[in-house]
Design a protein around this ligand. Sequence first.
Ligand code: NAI
Length: 680
Amino acid sequence: MTTKNNNWQRETDAEGIVWLTIDLPGSSTNTLNREVLEELDGILAELEAQRPTGLVIQSAKSNFIVGADIKEFTRIETMEQARELIHRGQAVVNRLENLRCPTVALIHGFCLGGGLELALGCDYRVADDDQDTRLGLPEVRLGIHPGFGGVARLPRLVGATAAMDMMLTGRSLSARAASKIGLVDYAVPRRHLQRAARQLIKTQPPKRRAGRLSTLGDTALLRPLLARVLRKKVAARARPEHYPAPYALIDIWSEYGTDKPAVLEAEEQSVARLIVGDTARNLVRVFFLQERLKSLGDKKAFTPRRIHVIGGGVMGGDIAAWCALRGLQVTVQDRSDVHLARVMERAAKLFRKKLRKPRLIQQALDRLMPDRRGEGLAQADVVIEAIFENVEAKQNLYREIEPRMKPGALLATNTSSIPLQVLGEALSDPKRLVGLHFFNPVAKMQLVEIVTTADTNAEAATQAAAFTRHIDRLPLPVNSSPGFLVNRVLMPYLLEAVTLEAEGLAPKVIDAEALRFGMPMGPILLADTVGLDICLSVAEILSKELGVEVPARLRELVKAGRLGKKSGHGFYRYDKQGKPLGAKPGRGEYCPPDTQDRLISRLLNEALACLREGVVADADLLDAGIIFGTGFAPFRGGPMKYIEQTGREKLAAKMAELHKKYGDRFQADESWLPAPGRAE
Ligand code: NAI
């Protein structure tokens, strides 16, 4: 017998087992929205009366359940509303847990957040051992922690250490890893899933509980000690004033441990408080900004198969490797065999790290071909140029390759500063030239600026954006203006840090101020990592085009061969592993009180100028670009959001003060305050 409501389909088989299948209409994924939970609650109420042989919860889509519906978070205005939503989720999972028949979650694909918490309410869990299966509780990434009973149930099941690690990092596990820690009962091939579920229902083996060893520390006496260790670990990555959620989670566990009703109550209170706070609101916003960037590239619009990269240096080599990792057929051309050998070496390292399985690593290596003579050029759907940052060299190359390219192929440059109009002069069809500006390191930085001019062919821009989605990067359309968006906004901030250092402030003190603001890395360390020669060349372009001051100190260091991390010495010295020496701030070092303001004001000022000039289309895209291109404190929601939340007048007054004290590099952009008589 089959019954169906909007999101769930229920079928009872000959053995009396109820198969409950979630399948949200008109959506590619399943989420636990209000309606889904209400329907499930109703179904469970009926099953309480029917007492079936067993219940299996499964999904009709390629994923199990990806979590709560984040869109609903944005509609929450008060803590009371939040509590009501969380309470409803908890009540449904409790009802499932208390059902008087064996229950199994059949998991494949993503089983995340509320989805995993629902599965934790079942007696047993069976997961598809395919590599696409991922189980996790990523709530901390949205500034909250599990609220549908995850904090109460996971430590009992897998032990406090493994549970806290999953919840504090938001890391997800493969089915095998989940089975190793006891999170799932079986990890089996897809075709055996249903049989495994049936078997569990028939035999009803004892339910999984964390072993003695992993619950040793979980006593009222020991928990506070372990909690202290956990807090220290978290503090190395996130400050409580910036990211309160992991600390709140540790507090709950430390205080209530295995007292389930108390933990549930505390979860509800705590998540309700966090969800209406600035950090969670901004992180949720960042989530949607990411979705927006994703939507700017339509994979269906273009299916590239062969990629040819010219220039196997730092960038070209890593772009080529990344494309091969993502399944494309890649040739990489360089004049130097030594550089090509290095590309293959770095690629092998990347593949080993990301793919782990020898067979997959070998397949990726087979997709990447060193190509000294450029034989792959004529077959490529996308040609990416990443040679030296030199106009003449690039133009000469374009003259040579254009006639050999496949008709209709996309020509992209990774230039970080040369206007496309200039490069296009060497082409007979400059309309097909786009910028695909990747960031260093390619494997870590998700953003790719899609650079176009007023003349760029619309199809080429669409193809460029589609290509970035095929390689799982985020496209950001920007105008071909000096420094595009990210470097232009970042550079004044880096240069101010250089000026501060030239004034005598220790690099580690400057970096500590940026970390205090919430940057993931200080500007001095960032400049060293990017390379001081690269910083200088971008700064010089911005200086020529926009009058940005270049501190003499930067030129001096580059002249002295101190190029940063790559040369072992920049502002910091580096050990053999590339770790900076003396970068940890000590206690009580003097720092002028306006240091942070000087750094951040210059960044904000340039962001406003970019928006006014239309380098990007709107404030949201600007925030997205700066967060995903530079790592700008995500919990602050981006520069424009930060200006809005702190108050324009307040920040403009600060700019005026700095201008008076330090001169024209703090000249406020005209868009800080609306002109008299002009409405904002
Ligand atoms: P790099 O100096 O590491 O690599 C350049 C490579 O191109 C070298 O291996 C060289 O042998 C090769 N090459 C030069 N002329 C060639 C030609 N005619 N044919 C074939 N190979 C040739 O430079 P890097 O840092 O990788 O930069 C490349 C491009 O990427 C530049 O346009 C740069 O502005 C841009 N970029 C650099 C970033 C960085 O952080 N390094 C970030 C984003 C963009």
